[in-house]
Every structure is written in C-alpha cells, then in structure tokens.
Write a protein that binds this ligand. Structure first.
Ligand code: NAD
Ligand code: TYD
Length: 352
C-alpha cells in the first residue's frame, strides 16, 4: 500500500471522528492530519482511543484561515483531502445563516483554492473529497428516491450552504481539473453524535426523563445509516470513486420520526428497567420546524453497483449499539451537555 498524507477536516466531529479512526487504524502507512477548529461540535474526547497513534496528528485550525491551511499543506506534503468540516445543524442554520455561509461556502472555497495552489496544477496522485448531504436535493414525495441526477433543490439555510459548496467543488473540477469527488449521504446515527440531533437528543432526554420534543406531527421521514457504514463508504469512494463524480450513500432504512422515537423509548425502557410505555409518556408534540422537509430517501445503487459498498449493520443492531454507547459513556454525555448546551436548549426549545 502506498504512503499518503491525508488532511481530514472536521475530524473531531461526529462523522469525522469515525472517518479518522477508520483511516488511522486501517492504513498504518498513511499519515492522517485531523484539521479542526473545535467549535461546540468538535470534541477530541471522540478520538481518545487513537490519539497516540504514530500516524495521527491533530491540528487546531479554521478552514477559513488560508495561511494555516497553506502551512499545513506545505509542511506535511498533503496529497489527499477529505473535507467534512461544516456547520451541520438545520435548526441552528435558521437562527444563524451567516455562520453557515461562512464556514460551509467560503471555508470550502478557501480549502479548494489552497489545495489547487499547493498542488500547482500537478494533480497526479491527488484527491479532493467533499462530504455532502442528501438534504441538498430538498424533499422527495413518497415512492420516489434521490439519485445523483436529481435536481438540487435545497430548502433550509444549512442545505443551501451545502448545495453551494457542492457547486464550488464541481466548478473547481470543471474549470481547473482539480481531482474532486463528492458524496451525499442520508442521516447518520451512532456513537459520539452531538445531542442536538434527533436520536441522541431523544436518548439524552429519555435518560433525564425530560419531555421528548417531536416537531409537528412527527410524520417527517428520514433514511438512517449507521455512522461506521458512512465511514466505510467514504473509504471506498476516496480510493475507488471516479474523479469528478457524485455518489449517493444511504441506508435504505426509512423511518417516520414518531415511529423512531417510540422505538427508542421501548429499547430504553427495557435497558433502564422501566415499565413498557413509561418513556413514551414523555413524547410532546411541539411547533414544527419552519420549512421542514417532509421526506428524504436515497437511491445508493450507483455506489453499490459500481464500487461494491453496502451497509454492514442493520438498524436494529446499530440502534442497540448506539443506545449502549450512550449508557456506557455518561461522562462524554455530561461534558457535552453542560455549559453552553443548556443555553442552546433553552433558546431552541423554550418557545416551541
Ligand atoms: P459535526 O457538526 O458533528 O462536526 C463538524 C466538525 O467540523 C466539528 O468537529 C467542528 O469543530 C468542525 N468545524 C466546524 N467549523 C469549522 C471550521 N471553520 N474550520 C475547521 N473545522 C470546523 O458534523 P457531522 O454531523 O459530523 O457532519 C460532518 C459532515 O458530514 C458535514 O459536512 C455534514 O454536512 C455532512 N453530513 C452529515 C450528515 C449527518 O447526518 N450528520 C449526513 C450527511 C452529510
Ligand atoms: P435532525 O437530527 O436535526 O436531522 P435533519 O433535520 O438534518 O434531518 O432531525 C431529524 C428529524 O427529526 C427532522 O425531521 C426533525 C426532527 N426533530 C424533531 O422532531 N425533534 C427534535 O428535537 C429534533 C432535533 C429533530
């Protein structure tokens, strides 16, 4: 296996930490540089088990900071980028769209430009991999699925910023032949997920016996994929994906929010020795999210048929592993839910 120097942006976040772990452990000949600003969502505790590995280096840096990016590319002869750094939560994007435009759009452009300059238009053996989301396609009616050809139709400030960054990535490929590849994944779940997103927020609130805030009627549908399977797909696409192309990644695992919350309640009632139905009493319907996309559903057949990836973990097993991880890591949960999380929760949920 050849040696590589790979920059992973956002490697201290939820998905990024699983990607870093997979690359550090699977590819001992690669040097992995985790470049992360450590926003509220970045947490080095996620990487405690691999932080002393010889082929792993953490660099605290902002993707908006071109100088630090340039230094990093030069000093470490970076030849591959896996770009995950982003503001990632739809509800926050409704309150603070500027930050999403800055990080997700301008930050991605700066990273593209630094890679292009550092590689001096000699792109042999180079790769720039941008991680995107199915949310750029907007909402899809029942019975239909997003393919890579589906028209981009983002509805939230978050998905608009991701769609814009996708276009810039494609533009750097079309205009400068930068060797890009891009993937769009459905909703991830698993260990280390920050409890602002549906599944970890519900797990946290069930533990605390706090109300479980379901937006609107709970009829919205998401396709859930275990985060380790997303990391495996990223590994496959980074190594085997065709330059300039887009790959959809999904779990073929659609759930209405309300059904998923009931399932979590029932799993946790058993694990916590509560009587069946006890946690479900906490379900509280709250004011819907503005512009709430009704359904996301991914057709990942291109990735499966051309590159041979498919999910390895069923939803039953993945959800069980996830709940167990939160029950076994109370310190992680209490660290991320103390301090500013309390203000966030108050601000986001008190008037719903
Ligand atoms: P996350 O919010 O958990 O982590 C984001 C990471 O990026 C954090 O470590 C944060 O510190 C870092 N970061 C933010 N701004 C930065 C900046 N300016 N410079 C450097 N680092 C910065 O996000 P996630 O859920 O792990 O998502 C990772 C990527 O995957 C994002 O690009 C997201 O759009 C995409 N994605 C997420 C999902 C999902 O279900 N979570 C699904 C599909 C795609
Ligand atoms: P989320 O995890 O924020 O992911 P996304 O909006 O990017 O799909 O939300 C998943 C679904 O759960 C979405 O339809 C909104 C809904 N939801 C709730 O009903 N209550 C909540 O407290 C949260 C955070 C989300």
């Amino acid at each position: 296996m050849s040696k590589r120097n790979i920059l992973i942006t956002g490697g201290a976040g939820f998905i990024g930490s699983h990607v870093v772990r997979l690359f550090v452990t699977k590819y001992p000949d690669y040097q992995i540089y985790n470049y992360d600003k450590l926003t509220y969502a970045g947490n080095l505790e996620n990487l405690k088990d691999i932080e002393d590995s010889k082929n792993y280096t953490f660099i605290k840096g902002d993707i908006l900071d071109s100088d630090t990016l340039k230094d990093t590319f030069q000093k470490h002869a970076i030849d591959g980028v896996i770009h995950l750094a982003a503001e990632s939560h739809v509800d926050r994007s409704l309150h603070n769209p500027d930050e999403f435009a800055m990080t997700n759009v301008i930050g991605t452009i700066r990273l593209l430009q630094v890679a292009k300059d550092a590689w001096k238009n000699n792109f042999e053996g180079k790769r720039f991999y941008h991680i995107s989301t199915d949310e750029v396609y907007g909402s899809v009616e029942h019975g239909k699925f997003f393919t890579e050809e589906t028209h981009i139709d983002p509805q939230s400030p978050y998905s608009s910023s991701k769609a814009s960054s996708d276009h810039f990535v494609q533009a750097y490929h079309n205009s400068f032949k930068l060797p890009t590849v891009l993937s769009r994944c459905s909703n991830n779940y698993g260990p280390n997920h920050f409890p602002e997103k549906l599944i970890p927020l519900m797990i946290h609130n069930i533990l605390q016996q706090k109300p479980l805030p379901v937006y609107g009627k709970g009829e919205n549908v998401r396709d859930w994929l275990f985060v380790v399977d997303h990391a495996r797909a990223i590994d496959t696409i980074f190594h085997k994906g065709n330059t300039g192309e887009v790959y959809n990644i999904g779990g073929n695992n659609e759930w209405k929010n309300i059904d998923l919350v009931h399932l979590l309640c029932s799993i946790m009632d058993k694990k916590l020795n509560r009587s069946e139905g006890e946690s479900a009493k906490l379900i509280t319907y709250v004011t819907d999210r503005p512009g709430h996309d009704l359904r996301y559903a991914i057709d990942a057949s291109k990735l499966t048929n051309t590159l041979g990836w498919k999910p390895s973990v069923t939803f039953e097993v993945g959800l069980e592993k996830t709940v167990d991880w939160y029950l076994n890591n109370p310190d992680w949960l209490s660290h991320v839910t103390s301090g500013s999380y309390q203000n966030y929760y108050q601000h986001m949920y008190s008037n719903r």
